[in-house]
Design a protein around this ligand. Structure first.
Ligand code: FAD
Ligand code: NAD
Length: 523
């Protein structure tokens, strides 16, 4: 599988191939880490064999380069770029064989299945051979795209096609008063909430992405007139209507809303929608354990973004001239925040609990950021749905290390919003007592809410530790996972290092928990 180095670069302990979240990873030789690859790309070595020339590649030519020492791959089909990936073979976390599956052909699908968020253009830029010679066809709705927007557009082709399989086609409209412009999105879906819509207004460009089931509906417009930085977003839930109210800079009448930008008025499966990033500013950084810190970033004033419970975002930094992206799961500012006034308004700040790995690629750079510095934050991703909590009676959370992060918002949400809930139990696996994130918050929560309980399990405790010890095991789980009643509705959420999650799921099945009763957090 074409699997460009990315979010997690495992430290394999054996010579065996390991399978993580459906994807294979092989041990890499010494000196073949992502950082080593970046160093090689900066060495000035000719990695394409073309001495800096870029060429047009025909399909016939591409097919000829299908050997390990002469391997070209095209990404993005006929519009795509062609890379000579031979020098990269030994650095590929998925192994040479996986990469060879796309040799001399189009690797887009293989690539997208694994890491569609990775900026391969940046990662493989020194391997760029050129572009495919085939000319891209003109877009079918070219004339429509050129139109000035002065109201509702006819349904786009994409919308028509997808409407048959996806949600009923959404649409939009706009109206104005002397001082305001209101853009209205009709989702035709009832369960729309404030976290279903992500709005960014940067310079003149206005972008609103609405998530409707597993689809993404995009409005992307260059506004015809200037508006102020802030805006408001309202939801009329029962009719699935979203209103975005912009404030005009000047009280003039607008003849049109603006001009369409890329993918405007399109409805695509969420997995095919590119990730959009905005710059967020580091506001504070606080030690939580010896190696884990709570980072607080401020969203731009002209962004509306609320990360849904159980979902993650990607943080992007440029490290030695290469864009590096890693996933992180936003948390609340405190585990007890639902029970007290937050120190800062919730919707403008985004918090992360991040463990710093001294030998890691991304986290040391993140740790070096100064207050006031910026990091790019993407739109959310993830497949957890709060509907999994419906009628829930017992919620069991199995977390290891920073695998605790998705549990933070889950815990808060379940304890405050699920009336049927009878108990929430967290089994928290760590190496030592010093590694336990927010231990005092967790203990305090057991006093604040009688339905909540926590059990700490240490894999490398000091001899004085008299709590539970060891790794995840059937014995630990069967004792811990006691239902409130024989027929109680149960959900078990699990997150941590890949081997922990995989073993945990296996044991849960052995203990007769069904697939629907288990949710695992992975990339
Ligand atoms: P890496 O460079 O990936 O290295 C990590 C460790 O592995 C280091 O100790 C390094 O020395 C070692 N290593 C790397 N490569 C090799 C190699 N080839 N051989 C031997 N050892 C090696 N983390 C959080 O802290 N908080 C979160 O909220 C969070 N959310 C996540 C959400 C998702 C969906 C996923 C998939 C992961 C999440 N993570 C989270 C983990 C995070 O994405 C990163 O993997 C983590 O921060 C490590 O990144 P890094 O680049 O600093 O380290
Ligand atoms: P860690 O190395 O400190 O280990 C914590 C505990 O995990 C250990 O005490 C042990 O009980 C268990 N564990 C570790 N390795 C194991 C193995 N090989 N087999 C069985 N159990 C094992 O953990 P960490 O450094 O905090 O790493 C946390 C992991 O969680 C990272 O891999 C990160 O990518 C992942 N994570 C994933 C998500 C997500 O997918 N949504 C979110 C956050 C973190």
């Amino acid at each position: 599988m074409l699997n460009v180095p990315s979010q997690s670069f495992p430290a394999p302990s054996s010579q065996q191939r390991v399978v993580a979240g459906g994807r294979s990873k092989v041990p890499l030789k010494q000196g073949r880490s992502l950082m080593d690859w970046i160093r090689l790309t900066k060495s000035g070595k000719d990695l394409t064999g073309l001495k800096g020339r870029l060429i047009e590649v025909t399909e016939e030519e591409l097919k000829k380069h299908d050997k390990k020492d002469d391997c070209w791959i095209c990404i993005r089909g006929s519009k795509g770029f062609v890379y000579n990936v031979s020098p990269y073979m030994e650095y590929h976390p998925g192994g040479e064989d996986e990469l060879m599956r796309a040799a001399g052909s189009d690797g887009t699908d293989l690539f997208d299945q694994v890491h569609r968020w990775v900026n391969y253009e940046s990662m493989l830029k020194e391997c760029l051979v050129g572009r495919m010679a085939v000319k891209p066809a003109a877009p079918k709705d070219y004339h429509e795209e050129k139109k000035v927007l002065n109201g509702m557009l006819p349904k786009s082709q994409a919308t028509d096609t997808l409407a048959r399989e996806g949600p009923s086609s959404p649409s939009y409209d706009w109206f104005q008063t002397d001082s305001l412009v209101t853009i209205v999105v009709y989702t035709k879906q009832k369960d729309i909430t404030l976290d279903s819509v992500i709005v960014d207004h940067q310079d003149d460009s206005f972008r609103a992405e609405t998530i409707i089931k597993d689809y993404s509906y995009l409005i992307n417009i260059e506004l015809s007139h200037a508006v102020q930085g802030d805006f408001s977003v309202r939801i009329v839930e029962n009719v699935g209507k979203i209103e975005i109210v912009l404030k005009k800079k000047e009280n003039t009448s607008w003849k049109c809303l603006g001009h369409p930008l890329e993918n405007h008025n399109s409805l695509v499966p969420k997995k095919d929608a590119g990730l959009f990033y905005r710059q967020c500013q580091l506001i504070s950084k606080e030690d939580v354990t010896h190696d884990t810190r709570l980072f607080c970033f401020m969203l731009p004033p002209s962004t509306h973004l609320q990360v849904p419970i159980g979902q993650h975002v990607y943080l992007k930094l440029t490290i030695t001239d290469t864009e590096i992206v890693k996933p992180y799961t936003p948390v609340s500012d405190s585990l007890l925040s639902e029970f007290k006034e937050p120190a800062l308004p919730n919707n403008k700040y985004i918090y992360f609990l991040i463990k710093i790995y001294p030998a890691g690629l991304f986290t040391p750079e993140l740790d070096h950021l100064q207050i006031g510095d910026f990091v790019f934050v993407s739109n959310p991703e993830g497949n957890f749905k709060t509907s999994q909590f419906q009628e829930l009676e017992d919620l069991f959370l199995l977390a290891a290390g920073t695998g605790f992060t998705p549990m933070v918002k889950l815990l808060n949400y379940a304890l405050t919003n699920i009336p049927s809930l009878r108990k929430v139990k967290l089994m928290f696996f760590n190496k030592t007592e010093d590694d336990i994130i927010w231990r005092s918050h967790l203990e305090e929560l057991t006093f604040k809410d009688k339905r909540f309980d926590v059990e700490f399990v240490l894999s490398a405790p000091i001899s004085e530790w008299n709590g539970k010890q060891g790794h995840v095991s059937p014995a630990l789980l069967s004792e811990f996972l006691k239902r409130s009643s024989d027929k109680s509705k149960v959900l078990i959420c699990i997150c941590g290092p890949t081997p922990f999650t995989e073993q945990g799921i296996k044991f849960l099945h052995e203990l007769n928990f069904s697939k629907d009763e288990i949710h695992s957090f992975t990339a």
